[in-house]
Design a protein around this ligand. Structure first.
Ligand SMILES: Cc1cc2nc3c(=O)[nH]c(=O)nc-3n(C[C@H](O)[C@H](O)[C@H](O)COP(=O)(O)OP(=O)(O)OC[C@H]3O[C@@H](n4cnc5c(N)ncnc54)[C@H](O)[C@@H]3O)c2cc1C
Length: 482
């Protein structure tokens, strides 16, 4: 047996907080071979996605390459691939990228595939109200937000009323929704004020909607009230107790508890409500019998393993354990705990036992110099909480270069009135939708471009014939009427 074969093979799925921190925990271990598989090439710092969407930070600052982060870790291999199957009996993980398939065997498996956006069964809302889970989402939203101001300026330049073009609706008053709404308000009232000729950007209407009776429910009533007042001061209109029942190109519809309904016209809508765990939870549930909850999260044993499979660990947003929240620290600490258990086993020591989450508190910014912070019984709001937010986010950001450039961008945005990351392109806004419409998706384009071209051509001919037929009918109809 070669030296390499004697190594314990740890496969990690996901390069988010759970995946990255568990991989790092094996640094320096010659007896372990780590393979990290993720469907993106970067580690994404999701808490700052809203700053990419509102032009404060660049995508590179919050999404450094995983390969670069781990390049000094000699026992780690990073592979790009979307995991589509896990065989718990054969102990293999299957992944593919652009029709390139791989099958990776493991001795221990750590699954940290996170969660996606949930539209509570209304997935068609996504087309008109993108969520905020990925770099693609943030760039698309950046395009839609800045694009709305452009369209309003164009309309006003023709002397026409701007109407709802400057109404922004954010659905979901959790930390993401609050931060997003606060930043759009700040953008319109501070940053863009000087940039337009025909519109007054500061008159933009920013609406935050939630079915819950308060903003930031996990922060408690007192901080929720403070946050709501601060949002009001920043220019955000908060509508609570309103369930969003319909979303289309031109607005949203809400239903209140008393049955009344209301429509808000808006072309720029952002969905920040609800998460649904990775589909891999379902695969693991089918294989191990572990239960799934309504959000698709898998019930793990207290040590984060699955029933009858002590070699499979699940961490982070995918798990259902003791009502743990879907926050970065649960994923980080879970990843480290899993690695610790594997390392103890390799040394022949007893398992460290149950996962004990240490709650380091949560925080959300409302506007510049204003945030709320909740740490057990300790609650704080205002500028001190904002500095707390700044320090924590800098500490957890990956890489010195990113910390440095983010600090510069924050100074420019919060002390000055500048936002240097405002670039958007039509491709960023629409290319994803266009690709999704290609028969077979991007993989088909690479695999068999001629076939895709033929299908597109045939569809074009079909549409042209349809249009010609419609115009013939309209023509004969109008002649008949005259
Ligand atoms: C907009 C936003 C703001 C947030 N703000 C905060 C905050 O302020 N504070 C806080 O503590 N938490 C915050 N969170 C939550 C926090 O980011 C998550 O709890 C944390 O990222 C969970 O880590 P994870 O490792 O479980 O999953 P993720 O970080 O989501 O990582 C999942 C990884 O799995 C990969 N993946 C998924 N499916 C597959 C597959 N099939 N094959 C291969 N790879 C796959 C993904 O590409 C990704 O690399 C926020 C989340 C969002 C979306």
């Amino acid at each position: 047996m070669s030296a390499d074969q004697a190594k314990h093979r740890v496969v990690i799925i996901g390069s988010g907080f759970g995946g990255l921190f568990s991989a790092k925990a094996f640094k320096g271990r010659d007896d372990v071979e780590v393979t990290l598989i993720a469907k993106t090439t970067h580690h994404l710092f999701q808490p700052l996605l809203y700053q990419v969407a509102t032009g404060i930070l660049s995508q590179g600052e919050i999404a450094p390459p995983t390969r670069d982060i781990l390049h000094r870790q000699k026992n780690a291999t990073v592979l790009l691939g979307e995991v589509n199957d896990i065989d718990a009996e054969a102990k293999t993980v299957k992944a593919s990228v652009l029709n390139q398939e791989i099958s990776v065997p493991y001795d221990s498996l750590i699954v940290a595939a996170g969660a996606g956006q949930s539209y509570f069964g209304n997935d068609h809302f996504a087309e008109f109200a993108p969520g905020m889970k990925s770099i693609d989402d943030a760039l698309e939203l950046r395009g839609r937000i800045f694009g709305a101001f452009e369209i309003a300026e164009l309309t006003a330049s023709r002397g026409e009323p701007v109407g709802d073009l400057l109404t922004f609706v954010v659905v979901g008053a959790g930390p993401t929704g609050v931060e997003m709404a606060g930043q759009i308000a700040e953008l319109s009232r501070r940053v863009l004020k000087k940039d337009f000729t025909h519109i007054q950007s500061e008159k933009a209407r920013v609406v935050l909607v939630d079915a819950a009776p308060q903003v930031l429910p996990p922060f408690g009533e007192k901080l929720g009230d403070k946050a709501e007042k601060a949002l009001g001061k920043a220019g955000v209109e908060v509508i609570l107790g309103a369930m969003v029942t319909h979303v289309d190109e031109f607005g949203i519809e809400m239903k209140f508890k008393d049955g009344k309904t209301q429509r808000i016209g808006s072309i720029a809508k952002i969905w920040a409500a609800g998460v649904s765990a990775s589909e891999l939870g379902k695969t693991l549930s089918e294989q191990t019998g572990a239960e799934l909850d309504r959000a698709g999260r898998i019930s793990v044993k207290p040590d984060l393993t699955l029933p009858d499979h002590p070699e499979i660990f699940v961490v982070g947003d995918m798990i259902n354990l003791d009502h743990l929240p879907g926050v970065a620290q649960v994923a980080i600490q879970g990843g480290k705990h899993s690695a610790k258990t594997i390392k103890a086993r390799l040394k022949g020591k007893p398992d460290p036992g149950d996962f004990k989450y240490f709650d380091k508190g949560s925080m959300a910014t409302i506007s510049r110099f204003n945030a709320v912070l909740s740490m057990g019984k300790f609650k704080l709001s205002g500028i001190l909480a904002w500095f707390g937010w700044l320090v924590v986010h800098l500490a957890y950001m990956t890489g010195f270069r990113n910390r440095l450039t983010a600090t510069l961008h924050w100074m420019m945005s919060f002390i000055g009135k500048d936002r240097s990351e405002r670039t958007t392109t039509m491709q960023q806004i629409f290319a994803r939708e266009a690709l999704e419409r290609v028969p077979g998706g991007m993989a088909a384009l690479i695999d068999d471009p001629a076939d895709v071209a033929a299908q597109v051509e045939s569809r074009r001919k079909e549409l042209e014939e349809h249009a010609a037929e419609e115009s013939r009918l309209a023509d004969s109809g109008s002649r008949g009427a005259s």
